[in-house]
Design a binder for this molecule. Structure first.
Ligand code: AQP
Length: 329
């Protein structure tokens, strides 16, 4: 039985990218493996958050984890800030990380650029905290979207570095990018990834978007002018992104999609993707609405999850303290 860990930030309403790249793939492991799924609220504060929104988004994300089908009897679902070992090990991971390697992270460069002069230090030290999240549980596999590949490589480097410096302590984890988990791109700027914190509402499909909103956003999605459904990421990024979404849901090959829409134009294709998304998201939305109205149930699941995660994480943290001499006895 492998140990699986992954997390999502409660930094806004989840997108189709979060679903296809991460959340959907979490389900694959719950029947066979030891799974830890985390709401990484301490990562969310690496950029400014409104406290009331963060509080609400944390609960909403817990409800969404369950709404897609995660079973709290099978997986450990918890909030990062409720298990103090995450930041404790995060600090230790910072002590073995180099500023240069953190500055090279694409996510840091992208997000720092948007903050001008006021770049929070935590934005730079996000990857050591992510490494801590993963390494605390003896994780073998981390199901994430392809955008997290660089952070995962750094996690592996930090685990190996620690083991070399202080003796064999951490399992060196592998990334698992699910089928169809390739990057989902913005509907408005298809060379940029779809992100839940994007302020342009037309750029993202949100998991809780109403059917008419999904139809409208797809109609407005950027494409090119030749009206031919053909996969060409380089020259036709908009339609290729929509084809990627279609393929991730139906599992149809690009060749098959091209054949099906030959001579039909973008309008028909966009209409069919809208229908497909509405049908895919409807059961998740219905289940979500039930759960979000059951606060006591959500709290008891998260309380139990935090207790289980803490028990496991504190064992690993103790090993780390002993290995580093960071204790009296
Ligand atoms: N566009 C995407 N395509 C595929 N996978 C994606 N993920 C995010 N966007 C896409 C995957 O979703 C998981 C959750 O990521 P996160 O919330 O920890 O941070 P993120 O990658 O920075 O996601 P966002 O939506 O872009 O959040 P913000 O806007 O707050 O930074 C990860 O597994 C990620 O790979």
């Amino acid at each position: 039985m492998a140990v699986i860990f992954s997390g999502i930030q409660p930094s806004g309403e989840l997108t189709l990218g979060n679903y296809l790249g991460a959340l959907r793939n979490f389900l694959e492991y719950q029947d066979t493996d030891e799974c830890y799924y985390c709401i990484v609220n301490q990562h969310a504060i690496t950029v400014p958050q409104d406290p009331k929104e963060l509080f609400q988004n944390t609960r909403n994300l817990a409800a969404l984890y369950l709404a897609v089908g995660l079973d709290p009897k099978k997986v450990t679902l918890f909030v990062q800030s409720e298990v103090p070992e995450h930041v404790k090990l995060g600090w230790i991971m910072q002590s073995i990380s180099y500023v240069g390697e953190l500055e090279r992270m694409t996510q840091y460069k992208d997000k720092a650029q948007k903050r001008g002069e006021s770049v929070p230090t935590a934005l730079l030290t996000y990857p050591p905290l992510m490494a801590a999240d993963i390494l605390l549980y003896g994780t073998n596999y981390v199901p994430v979207g392809n955008d997290q590949k660089q952070h995962m490589e750094l996690t592996r480097i930090l685990a190996e570095r620690f083991n070399r410096l202080f003796g064999e302590t951490f399992v060196v984890p592998d990334i698992k990018i699910g089928e169809g988990g390739a990057r989902v791109m913005s509907l408005q700027e298809p060379t940029k990834k779809m992100s839940k914190s994007d302020e342009n509402q037309n750029a993202t499909i949100r998991l809780l978007d109403a059917p008419d909103v999904i139809v409208k956003k797809l109609k407005r999605a950027q494409t090119d002018s030749d009206n031919c459904v053909r996969y060409d990421k380089e020259n036709k990024p908009g339609i290729s992104n929509l084809m990627g979404i279609y393929r991730a849901i139906t599992k149809d090959s690009y060749e098959k999609i091209e054949e099906m829409y030959s001579g039909k134009g973008y309008g028909a294709f966009k209409g069919d993707i809208a229908d497909l998304l509405v049908d895919t998201l409807k059961p998740i939305q219905d289940h979500y609405n039930e759960l979000i109205n059951s606060p006591e149930l959500l709290d008891s699941i998260l309380d139990e999850g935090a207790a289980k995660a803490h028990a496991k994480a504190s064992e690993m943290y103790r090993k780390v303290e002993l290995a580093m001499g960071l204790c009296r006895r």
